[in-house]
Write a protein that binds this ligand. Structure first.
Ligand code: ADP
Ligand code: ZN
Length: 633
């Protein structure tokens, strides 16, 4: 169905608008009902209101503007910074029978002219637009020649100068309202701190817009943070035991470690491609396209990768390095499990991460206020890593949302023990203090630990550090445990780290521990991945996978057959597999085994267009499969 049909359904009275929106949802997208806030948002925008939508990644933002664009007369203009993904977005909409096009710098003038002509003729439902085109007067003149249903501003946080994705072109978006005051605007983002929110409203002049804040919880994602020892090995074990053959994203800080990790995974039988800003455009586009199109590929990337990637079946997001902020972490992990099926956000983290991040902050451009801001971001991230409470509760609290312990994060599943680390903290802090007071020296973690453990090495002898009274007073803890103590003292701001060498110094709060008897509670370092632990995590992984949409063992073969059919079909059409059908839809088909087209149409994710295109093939595949399995009995 195209909007030519749906627009006839649209008329000024609210009830029919709701009916029309619901019809579009059912017939075009094949979904039974709106999710959460979607209904209210759609109604508001269909009625001509402005909206600011805050919804987590995977929450379902696209429908919030796609449905109103189909219901309201005219073309929905979608401003998006994700030029590389526009073709895929248009393909996905075309598969649904929606008439969509885009205008960006990747097109030649002829291609552009064709899309412009379609726009003017009212032959489009949705037009995706790169933000830099807004600066062109030609774009404004084009808009004046067609009818506009709404402006959708995707990734609206790009307008925020404090945020990590600032795009100067987004500042031109305030023009929209001045020039077309009657066209409703809907701004959408998954980045939701109050500061960013206020900035979006201010810069886009959305003061009169209604705000919709969805729950930021992503219950199908399991959050886990583990101590880092051999990150490559740990990652490989994690993928092998919990996500063999699954699509996933691995984030690393540097281009170098991206390359190394991708090579390491591939050598060990996990197909992985690198993605970072240092690769040439073609390789990057190619690797992104492979990730979107192939089933079960792993991409190892810097944070340059992922915004707007709407692949629904990413089963895990792994971090081998500490992200800079909780916001960044939440956005990156949010790319897992958009289809609502069980997924894992897994991270390893160690003392070096803290030293590294601190170094980056010290070296960053910008004034003291900016650096302080970065430090606050890092502190919040460290607090999340070191918490003995539910990770999800802590994450949601960061976004201003209260929540109970979730039962689906590592601290809920295996509550960490805490221990009284006051004496250990005193020993460490007084070593730092003595070195400073008695010798005027500061050192990094490694050397401090050697002193505490009483190691007679070259550096100790060179500086006569065996003569310090604290030499060898810390043998009750092992090296890794001391590293854990230091990490946690940094997280609690009882210790600070500086410069290229990761030199440790005291903070204002250190004195309270050294002299005023302030207690220090620490999280016990889990044993290094013992077999018992591996078994436990495999078990929790299975438990997490037992979602309602999960398959009975006898249906798994059928599901795999459907996936094979989907792979072939997608390849023939040159589109990602999920554009044909999502995993969740194939699971439902395998479980309910419809025998005719109406039965198939009832399944979530099967709209009119896909029913017409694939219905017969799927029913036939099911019939054949049932015959064969019947014959075998
Ligand atoms: P976001 O843009 O917020 O990250 P998307 O718009 O990509 O999220 O939606 C996430 C996934 O949820 C998509 O696969 C989409 O098809 C699915 N989805 C969205 N709304 C619904 C709904 N009402 N019913 C079923 N599935 C939905
Ligand atoms: Zn929890």
């Amino acid at each position: 169905m195209t909007s030519a049909d749906t627009q006839h359904l649209a008329n000024p009275t609210a009830d029919t608008d709701i009916d029309a929106a619901h019809q579009v949802l059912r017939r075009v997208f094949g979904y039974d009902s709106f999710r959460g806030e979607q209904r209210a948002i759609v109604n508001h925008v269909v009625g001509g209101g402005d909206a600011l939508v805050l919804m987590p990644t995977g929450g379902g933002k696209s429908l919030c503007y796609q449905v109103p664009a189909l219901v309201r007369p005219g073309v929905g203009i979608v401003v998006s910074p994700l030029i590389a993904l526009m073709q895929d977005q248009v393909d996905a909409l075309s598969a649904l029978g929606v008439r969509a096009g885009f205008l960006n710098s990747t097109q030649n003038p002829d291609e552009r002219r064709m899309v412009e002509a379609q726009f003017v003729a009212g032959e489009l439902d949705l037009l995706y637009l790169a933000p830099e085109r807004l600066r062109l007067e030609a774009t404004a003149r084009l808009f004046d020649r067609g009818k506009i249903a709404l402006f959708a501003i995707d990734e609206a946080h790009c307008v925020s100068q404090w945020g990590h994705d600032f795009r100067p072109d987004y500042l031109a978006l305030s023009l929209l309202h001045e020039r077309w005051p009657d066209v409703p605007r809907i701004a959408l983002t998954a980045t939701a701190t109050q500061k960013t929110r206020d900035e979006i409203i201010e810069r886009l002049d959305l003061h009169g817009a209604r705000r919709f804040v969805a729950s930021f919880d992503r219950p199908n994602i399991q959050y886990r943070i583990e101590p880092k020892n051999r990150p490559d090995r740990q990652l490989l074990d994690f993928i092998r035991t919990e996500h063999p053959g699954d699509a996933g994203i691995v984030y690393c800080l540097s281009r170098n470690s991206v390359e190394k990790t991708a090579a390491f995974l591939t050598e060990n039988g996990v197909t992985a491609v690198p993605y970072h800003a240092g690769l040439d455009n073609r390789t990057r586009a190619e690797n992104q396209a492979r990730f979107l199109r192939e089933d079960g590929l792993v991409v190892v990337a810097t944070i340059a990768f992922g915004m707007g990637i709407d692949k629904p079946d990413v089963r895990f997001v792994a971090h081998l390095d500490l992200p800079k902020s909780v916001e960044g972490y939440y956005q990156e992990t949010g790319r897992a499990g958009r289809d609502g099926l069980a997924s894992t956000a897994w991270m390893v983290y160690g003392l070096n991460d803290v030293v590294q991040q601190r170094k980056l902050i010290d070296a960053s451009e910008g004034d003291a206020a900016h650096r302080r801001q970065l430090q606050l971001h890092l502190d919040a991230m460290l607090a999340l890593c070191e918490t003995v409470h539910c990770r999800r509760t802590q994450l949601l609290a960061y976004f201003g949302q209260p929540a109970e312990p979730c039962g689906n994060c590592d601290t809920c599943l295996t509550p960490p023990e805490s221990w009284d680390g006051t004496v250990a903290a005193q020993k460490l802090l007084s070593t730092v203090l003595r070195l400073k007071r008695e010798r005027g020296q500061s050192f990094g973690a490694g050397h401090l630990i050697d002193i505490l453990l009483g190691k007679m090495n070259q550096k100790v002898q060179q500086y006569d550090h065996h003569e310090l009274t604290v030499f060898g007073v810390g043998t009750e803890l092992r090296d890794v445990e001391w590293r854990g103590v230091i990490r946690q003292l940094l997280a609690q701001r009882l210790l600070a780290v500086h410069g290229d060498y990761g030199v440790l110094t005291l903070t204002e709060d250190s004195n309270a521990v050294l002299f005023d008897g302030r207690k220090v509670l620490l999280r016990r370092e889990p044993e290094q991945a013992t077999p018992a632990r591996a078994v436990r995590s495999a078990k929790t992984a299975r438990a997490a996978k037992a979602t309602p949409a999960d398959l009975a063992p006898e249906d798994v073969a059928l599901f795999e057959q459907l996936r094979e059919w989907r792979a072939t079909t997608a390849k023939e059409q040159g589109v990602p597999a999920y554009v044909v059908f999502h995993d969740a839809t194939l699971r439902d088909i395998a479980a309910s085994k419809p025998t005719d087209l109406p039965g198939l149409a009832a399944i979530s994710g099967v709209g009119d267009s896909k029913l017409a295109r694939y219905g017969e093939q799927v029913i036939e595949l099911l019939a054949t499969a049932m015959d064969t399995s019947g014959a075998q009995v």
